[in-house]
Design a protein around this ligand. Structure first.
Ligand code: ZN
Ligand code: ZN
Length: 89
């Protein structure tokens, strides 16, 4: 199993009323709003996959599992690949 990517820290959160990718409007209980913890923007459930998770360092130590949007995911993953020296083997 591949190690989870590590986020550098909590981004400035920019909640919006529509999805950044498809501009769908969030409606409570019908169209859920999800926050990406890499870019801090709001995304619909189509554009923020719950399978795309990264570790966010916690202030008191340890990590929280946070979701990352489809736009950030390739970046988060490639950054993680670069910073993992034990990938060979
Ligand atoms: Zn969307
Ligand atoms: Zn993002």
């Amino acid at each position: 199993m591949a190690p989870l990517p590590l986020l550098s820290g909590l981004p400035p959160l920019c909640p919006t009323s529509t999805c950044r990718a498809c501009s769908v409007t969030f409606i409570p209980l019908i169209q859920q709003r999800k926050t990406c913890y890499h870019c801090g923007f709001s995304w619909c459930t189509d554009h923020l996959c719950v399978d795309h998770k990264a570790l966010l360092p916690r202030e008191g130590g340890g990590h929280d599992l946070k979701a990352v949007c489809l736009v950030c995911w390739p970046h988060v993953k490639s950054e993680a690949a670069c910073s993992t020296p034990s990938a060979i083997g």
